[in-house]
Design a protein around this ligand. Sequence first.
Ligand code: OAD
Length: 246
Amino acid sequence: MNIIIFSGAGLSAESGIQTFRSADGLWNGHAVEEVATPEGFRRNPALVHEFYNARRRELLNVEPNPAHIAIAKLQNALPEYSKDHNRRVTVITQNIDDLLERAGCAEVLHIHGELLRCRCLYCNEEIKWTTDTSTTLACPLCKRGGNQTGMGEGYGALRPAVVWFNEIPQHLERVEEELSDCDIFVSIGTSGVVYPAAGFSRVAKHHGAKTICFNLDTPDNKGDFDEFITGEAGKTFPEWLNAQGW
Ligand code: OAD
């Protein structure tokens, strides 16, 4: 049995990380186009570095919540404790934080990249990164940078290794493979607005999976779910897992 756990910003909300689609339409005070598009980075790289520096610092000060911990527990459950000895749990997230890993998940497919990584604009390599970045840093691997990236003056060698709007999500081949062989698809804390991610539930359903959604508000793709469980995922998801006897 293959269980897919697919998450969005709502999963980390109870850890204190703001979701994207807040009532004011801004992400931590910024229009998404300013800070989460390649065009925004080209226009004002210093602002984008500052924005992700603030997100990175915030991330280092928060902790996984009961929903992250329940997902990790499910992924790590030894086969002899599960009803089905061939069970595997595939964890896919749109979140750029590392809270699932910190909760103990052995493998997480981050389709929108990772906040604690940077990518070099010269050599394209990704590097683990936990401190602030700026427009003057050189790449620690290829040593090129800070001001001659080919993008013009003032960009530095590094950019956050996150997927911005108008960029292609990561791990899509593997995700497609898992969706085509999925028995239970669980979505947690995502508004079902941003594609291709918002279409994963429909693909899984098409391949015969049972689809279940845990969310605070009604997501845009609610019609793709067999079951909708409303409430805070930190409470509803562990309760549901217990009820399954997993
Ligand atoms: P959104 O901010 O669009 O949606 C978060 C969802 O989580 C909302 O539907 C909330 O109702 C729900 N929610 C909030 N708190 C919750 C809680 N405690 N328990 C359960 N649900 C809760 O975030 P995403 O759907 O993740 O992409 O956004 C998708 C993508 O849009 C992001 O990955 C990002 C963004 O722009 C890129 O940056 C490319």
